[in-house]
Design a protein around this ligand. Structure first.
Ligand code: PLP
Ligand code: COI
Length: 339
């Protein structure tokens, strides 16, 4: 029986669900891991995560499909990206097969929390890992905890799919040769000042230009960016310091191989923003959120505040259709959890 929740009015917040997965790493190995009802963590005041922010995370969603299955979207890519994050932060990696198995166990145990088909909501899964034992000199911890919790969510941005107003940020989120390409908690700590300031000034998000030259577009605090040119080409920025979004990679594939569009991954200059006709933010939380306006230090680039542009709309419906089991998915994209 599904929980008695008004699914369609959910925003993007934390609601405690019944079960989460925990595995501990000690003496060079992971224990077998287990589900627990305990959503709290007790640890040393000197834990690596608390002192030196040694933590990384992932985000993926489970959906109820049209024919009543519970599925999740490309968890193998989240497992792989988490391995990359762990390696960059000198943390032990959690094996891919075990990651996928743990995702399935958490969703299955919380299946009453998976929003129904058509509600517009989904069950967001948050795998994360952190340094658990005490470190006072700057060095990696030797004990770690890996967890996955689940929380039902609606749209990431207030107002659902209403076009967003974003600004070009004066702050940086990722340094050249830093950690922008992995999902380190520290990247998000870096962005908190900028997002608070953006919200206070009436913007929904920050677009970060590259930190070295401030010439090229990178991404926002929580999503990659796609643009559409006048001739209908889908363009996404290429950079070593942006997070390789699974949504963006999937959309570019769908645009090219399912919808037959022209796609380009290339450097995108800040001064060519006004050459595009549509813009969208893409990510697990953001799905594809249309950008209506970009403000670059007083200069406004307007794509349209009324509605999603036609190309972004088509990509959105195709991706949602694949996730909801309405459109056949490319091989290996959908992991069925409950039939
Ligand atoms: N970029 C950043 C900085 C993010 O936090 C996210 C969210 O995960 C994304 C992009 C989108 O990635 P994905 O589509 O894999 O969720
Ligand atoms: C996600 O989309 O899963 C993220 O982690 C982004 C975050 C800003 C909520």
């Amino acid at each position: 029986m599904a929980k008695n929740i008004d699914w369609s009015s959910l925003g993007f917040g934390y609601i405690k669900t019944d079960w989460r997965y925990v595995a501990n790493y000690k003496d060079g190995q992971w224990d077998e891991g287990a589900l627990t009802e305990d959503g709290t963590i007790t640890m040393s005041e000197c834990a690596g995560v608390l002192q030196y922010a040694q933590t990384c995370f992932e985000g993926l969603k489970a959906y109820t499909t049209k024919d009543g299955k519970i599925v999740c979207f490309r968890p193998d890519l989240n497992a792989e990206r988490m391995i990359d994050s762990c390696e960059r932060l000198i943390m032990p990696t959690f094996p891919k097969e075990r990651f996928i198995e743990a995702v399935k166990r958490v969703v299955e145990a919380n299946k009453e929390w998976v929003p129904p088909y058509g509600s517009g909501a989904s069950l967001y899964l948050r795998p994360f890992m952190f340094g658990y034992d005490s470190v006072i000199g700057v060095k990696p911890a030797s004990e770690y905890q890996f967890r996955i919790f689940a929380t039902p969510v609606g749209p990431y941005f207030k107002g659902g799919v209403k076009p967003l107003t974003v600004r070009i940020s004066d702050y940086d989120r990722a340094a050249p040769r830093g950690t922008g390409h992995v999902k380190a908690g520290l990247n998000y700590a870096m962005s908190l000042y900028a997002i608070t300031d953006a919200h206070e000034k009436g913007f929904d998000e920050n677009i970060y230009p590259d930190s070295a030259t401030r010439t090229y577009i990178e991404e926002t605090g929580g999503a990659n960016i796609i643009f559409v040119t006048k001739d209908g080409t889908v363009v996404t920025p290429k950079s070593d310091t942006i997070l390789p979004s699974i949504t963006r990679r999937s959309l570019m594939y769908v645009a090219e191989h399912v919808l037959g569009m022209k796609v380009e991954q290339r450097k995108v200059r800040v001064d060519e923003l006004s050459d595009f006709v549509e813009c969208g933010l893409c990510g697990t939380a953001a799905v594809i959120s249309p950008v209506g306006k970009i403000v670059d230090h007083g200069k406004e680039i307007v794509y349209g505040m009324e509605d999603m542009g036609p190309v972004i709309k088509k990509l959105y419906h195709t991706l949602r259709g694949i996730q909801m089991g309405e459109i056949e998915a490319p091989e290996g994209w959908i992991e069925t959890i409950c039939e």
